[in-house]
Design a protein around this ligand. Structure first.
Ligand code: MOS
Length: 765
């Protein structure tokens, strides 16, 4: 799914449009832009936050899937006789006896176009071939390993290279041109300075702390699913289709999520299997994916192979830019990793082509992973830009500054807010870039060789439809709710901030309820769109609740405001008062509610997607950033370390600096992992991810984390609504890996075009 397809998807539900773009930008306030700890922090640090697999119920039993040990072929038999004789075993499901699981409709995507256990065909190693349910987890695990499956294996293709023969660009079955302007072939051919290189990125597996889990509890024909989901509403919609149930019979609960990175954006087959097993047994069922299962059954970032051709004038004008890429996908889904996400608009050039092709592999389906498309795409584009700067003998910051544009040249629209130039300039200043000696290996710190690299970042800015509810309560507190969820990024906290900003009620008196599909439908936590999406609906709900409160103030006998015109009143600092007098002259709002015998003043709010704004389609909306990296290379012991990163982010107004800084710093660490460590390695014989555990799939530790300086431009995006805030979950990862490999080149003279950087790559120096 490309970002623009995602935007269409999150705007597809009908909600009366609130033309947020016509709202004036909110003035600065004490609460907006403050540095506030997450309000759910104490629950998490004391272990009382409830994650999906923390839910337990009387008579609950445990499900464990059995996975295929071949990558392609047919199941000949599933022999569960021995498993069924083991203690505590209640049920073994396979394709011969599984209750109906239906296909999901388009859009909300369950992982497979094919429902789980639906037939005897195997498309990838690890595909579910059976499900065992037993009284205890240990019994279910033992029985799962006692299920004997025999196969007729056929030839599988799990090749690492994506050099498969393909029809020409644009031909039937060949790569598609997804963006073009001018004549990039001719312009490249005639360009005096050229870069023409192939870059590749490996499969990466999302490894959130919390593993996928489902607890399914039926009451009659209604089911509650406790999930670890980045989108409770979408999960509900998909499960209604998959289980063949009316939506009102399903409730999805995801109160706390130990992150997801995109892996939990869309529901996976285990959720459906858990639900049908629980229905059949009429007992609650818990199914937790083991970490190794997450390497085969809940998505990954696919491999990419990207050819970049840049043609330039000797003074650094870009004459041609071609970005032709392929990514791997599964046999059961066509998932595009949109590597050309940022290419069409990042730099000014008259001649451009981006093309996109898919290569099928016998591996489970890929899915979005933090900054899908843009992140591997920018590895290629920004690496090529660094190579171009070297070919031109130009400073890579200067080269990029000279190619900046205030118009999105892919569609002719102005950017709603683009400050890439400032990102580069401020970053260079903070990093000390002026002291850089461009000669390879020329900068030293004792025995260490220092390498300095830079790259730009971009990720889309979007806003979908949302609803929310706010209640001002007679005990002086407020409650805000929306069926969105906090995947760890701080959504609970910013919702409380918005309510506090509208009402003056202190943060610690505001309860925020999320992660429950029975609340008014809110956004998915995906594509860095949740913040911009949910805020206008929360604001609308708070304002509606205030109106109800003020209505009570003027209509309740005994109220000091009885009989007044509503327009003359305001709620400020949690006090109802005459608008042009000080809040101190008024009364605490809860006194009005008590007088009116109201438990609370309820407000419902809704807001339309970006596309419903009057001028919503007239601008190009993106976040930008610049990453400056220092690496230390110790040639004596072949040790490479990322020592320092300065990241400057143009992500609209920052609502809360603490979680925002934390998002970007975390993304930088993830970028270190992408550049130096992360790679899912599939056994070339059978497609088994052989490093499917935390010992062998390497992610950065604290010792690998550089010193990170996060700087936000904090310039409101006027097209994102009253608060001018964009989501910032993904932008921080964009550009980190190519800045690191540029720094590695600067230190060692070795250009690594295939991630991750391996020590062997550097031993040539
Ligand atoms: Mo993000 S990959 O849209 O969760």
């Amino acid at each position: 799914m490309t970002f623009s397809e995602y935007l269409d998807f999150i705007q597809s539900n009908a909600v009366a449009p609130a033309s947020a773009s016509s709202e004036p930008l909110a003035p600065p306030s004490a609460i907006i832009g403050a540095s506030l700890p997450r309000i759910d922090g104490p629950l998490k640090t004391t272990g009382s936050a409830m994650y999906a697999s923390d839910y337990n119920f009387p008579r609950m039993v445990y499900a464990v899937p059995v996975r295929s040990t071949i990558a392609a072929g047919k199941i000949l038999s599933v022999d569960s006789a021995a498993a069924k004789k083991l203690p505590g075993v209640l049920l073994v499901l396979d394709h011969s006896n599984v209750p109906a699981i239906f296909k999901s409709g388009a859009g909300g995507r369950i992982s497979e176009s094919r429902p789980p256990l639906s037939d005897d065909t195997v498309y990838y190693w690890g595909q579910y071939v059976a499900l065992v349910v037993a009284e205890t987890f240990e019994q279910a695990n033992a029985a799962a390993s006692a299920v004997r499956v025999s196969y007729a294996a056929s030839k599988a293709n799990v090749a690492t290279s994506l050099d498969d023969p393909m029809p020409a660009i644009g031909a039937e079955g060949g790569p598609r041109v997804v963006s073009h302007r001018g004549d990039s072939d001719a312009a490249f051919a005639g360009a005096p300075v050229k870069v023409d290189q192939v870059y590749s990125t490996p499969a990466e597996t999302h490894n959130p702390m919390e593993m996928h889990a489902t607890v399914a509890v039926w009451k009659g024909d209604k089911v509650t699913l406790y999930e670890s989901s980045q989108g409770v509403v979408n999960h509900l919609n998909v499960m209604a289709q998959v289980l063949g149930l009316p939506k009102e019979n399903i409730q999805i609960i995801s109160r706390f999520i130990g992150s997801g990175f995109g892996g939990k954006l869309f529901p996976w087959p285990h959720s459906a299997l858990c639900a049908v097993a629980a229905r059949q047994l009429n007992r609650p069922v818990k199914l937790t994916l083991a970490r190794n299962m997450m390497f085969s059954n809940s998505g990954h970032r696919p491999r990419t192979q990207q050819r970049l051709r840049l043609g330039a004038t000797p003074d650094g004008k870009l004459l041609a830019l071609q970005h032709d890429y392929r990514n791997s996908t599964s046999l059961v889904d066509n998932i595009t990793e949109n590597c050309g996400e940022a290419t069409p608009f990042l730099y000014s050039t008259a001649n451009l082509r981006v093309s996109s092709g898919l290569v099928k592999r016998n591996i489970g389906s890929p899915t979005p992973m933090r900054g899908p498309g843009a992140v591997p795409g920018l590895f290629a584009l920004e690496s090529a830009m660094d190579e171009l700067a070297i070919a031109l003998k130009m400073d890579p910051v200067q080269l990029r500054l000279g190619l900046d544009t205030i118009t999105d040249e892919s569609n002719g629209k102005p950017f709603s807010s683009r400050h890439l130039k400032e990102c580069l300039q401020i970053g260079a200043e903070k990093f000390g870039w002026a002291k850089r000696n461009p000669a390879v290996g020329s900068m030293r710190d004792g025995d260490l060789i220092l390498g300095w690299g830079v790259a730009c970042a971009s990720w889309g800015a979007g806003r979908g439809v949302s609803q929310a509810a706010v209640t001002l309560r007679d005990d002086g507190t407020a409650r805000a709710g929306s069926a969105t969820q906090d995947i760890g990024t701080g959504t609970y906290t910013i919702v409380a901030q918005i309510v506090s900003d509208r009402t003056g009620i202190p943060i610690d008196k505001i309860d925020v309820v999320l992660g429950d599909s029975s609340l008014p439908p809110g956004p998915m936590s995906g594509g860095s769109t949740a913040t911009a999406t949910v805020i206008p609906s929360v604001m609308d709900a708070a304002d509606a609740a205030i109106k109800v409160l003020l209505g009570a103030a003027i209509s309740t006998k005994g109220s000091p405001f009885f009989g007044k015109d509503l327009a003359t009143l305001a709620l400020t600092a949690a006090h109802v008062h005459i608008r042009d007098q000080s809040p101190d002259s008024g009364v605490p709002f809860e006194q009005i509610l008590k007088l009116a015998k109201l438990a609370g003043a309820d407000g419902e709010g809704k807001s339309g997607g970006y596309g419903s704004d009057t001028d919503g389609r007239s601008f190009s909306n993106h976040s930008f950033g610049a990453q400056f990296v220092e690496v230390e290379w110790d040639p004596g012991i072949a040790h490479l370390r990322v020592s320092r990163v300065v990241t400057v982010i143009d992500g609209g107004r920052i609502l809360n600096k603490l979680p925002a800084t934390n998002q970007i710093a975390g993304a930088v660490v993830m970028g270190v992992g992408m550049a130096l460590f992360e790679e899912t390695i599939y056994d070339p014989r059978n497609g088994h991810a052989i490093n499917d555990n935390f010992a062998d799939y390497i992610v950065p530790t604290s010792a690998d984390a550089p010193q990170i300086d996060v700087h936000f431009l904090d310039i409101p995006d006027p097209k994102m609504g009253h608060y001018g805030a964009r989501g910032i979950g993904e932008i921080g990862l964009a550009g980190v890996a190519p800045a690191i490999t540029a720094a590695v080149y600067h230190a060692t003279g070795v250009r690594v075009r295939s991630l991750p950087v391996r020590i062997e790559d550097l031993l040539t120096t």
